[in-house]
Design a protein around this ligand. Sequence first.
Ligand code: NAI
Length: 494
Amino acid sequence: MSASVRIALAPGDGIGPEIMNACLRVFDAAGVLQHLEFVEVEVGQRVFAKGDTRGITDEATATIEDTGLVYKGPMGTPIGGGGKSINVTLRKMYGAFANIRHFQALPGVETLYSKAGVPVDFYVIRENLEDTYGGIEHRLTNDVIECKRLISAPGCDQVHRAAFALADRLGIALVHCGHKANIMKMTDGLFLERFHKAGENYPGIQRADVIVDALCMNLVLRPQQFRMVVLPNLQGDIVSDLAAGLVGGLGFAPSANIGNHVSIFEAVHGTAPDIAGRGVANPTSLLMSGLMLLRHVGLLKQAAIINNALLATLESGVRTADFGDRSREPVGTTAFADAIIANLGKQSTTHAIPVPKGDSPFFIRRPKPHHHTLIQTFEQTKSVHVGCDIYIETTLNPQEIAVRLQGLSEHTPFKLTMISNRGTQVWPTGSVYTEVVDYVRARFELRDMNRAASLGQGPAIHMLGRIAEKFAICDFQPLQYFDGVPGFSLAQGQ
Ligand code: NAI
């Protein structure tokens, strides 16, 4: 049979080529390569070394866009200089919005939980594109640097829909949303609200929410109570590494980054420079990520056969140096792959996976977009301007700042209502115990709210100009109501 699905193959840096080679050998032995064509692309350190700060060649970009699928090994990020993480760049450039990681106890991989007989088997779905990972950072003053945390309604919808669709497919009856909406009421509040909205389409799936710090504790105490947790980007990043620790480490956690047009399947660990080139790396994470790829393109039978062979191999005690029974001699990467190949057709006694029938791949591509696709959730809200927050660099004390700003805003539609420092109100009330830095927020609100509908943003910008003549402006944020609801938070203590 001729190959029918093409996949861009990026072996990666460090141990990447060694473990990728092992995985491809297993795929070949299982007959997968009759159905898939892997096209090698140049991405990562080799490209950075040529002075290309994108870390990806034009040919690689074209191949990835053509195939819509990437199987990649770990890639090093240059430390310092202009080069950004190519791993993050790929996910963001191609809109791979949902990071799916499966954490499951494996036979032969001893952990505190396996010894205690506590079952661990759950998914973490991490929003992949937004949050602080926008990397929008600015130095605002001598002492203060900001990182903008953006959470969008359509971004939330994409990841929540993907999570519920996967839960539905896997027969998972309970999905948690992890968040910090008790503190970040608007951003994480939106993430949580959209979680419940997306879940309404799945009445058979129970929804629960959990604050991320409590989630971490409960994952350690009782991991068996979780089946799937959806999280914003940064929280998801941290929780998924914690989760990897429950199942024996990063070497056993597969990962898929799912998007509308391009999906990327990769190991979660890095390039392991300390062992690169020695032929001792563990290919399990990359192989399991490859199994997610096979299932994604419909090769369910082959995925189950390889999965069973991997589990049987782990159960038999064959191990690489990073895990397992230390009284047994470890094997190298190649011998580990050989053992899996020898076990094709066998099953683990404790973790057997049913092998479905049918071995034809299917992969339906959406048409290539010809421009950036606008994704929108709320299209018809009515917003009115009611004031602004103006951020200034100053070392004056709050009382003095207030007097000056009141003077500068005297003949405007706005009155100074609050000054805060690092989010805590310091004027008109506050505590002298609140230490302050050189970055100050001054909130101005309309003297007459009846004028809100007619004012627009012009008067606030005009006032900003006046204040800028006396103070160094670091930032400006309009205050708006959306459908009558304030689109801004209060300061701590306000
Ligand atoms: P790392 O995951 O490469 O290594 C951490 C430790 O785990 C090392 O002791 C390493 O030997 C061990 N290890 C990792 N994978 C292993 C495997 N398959 N078999 C046996 N032992 C393994 O993390 P580190 O050192 O922080 O990062 C090294 C480089 O990898 C950096 O340039 C980093 O940016 C990059 N990285 C890339 C990722 C990706 O491509 N998705 C993810 C994480 C890091």
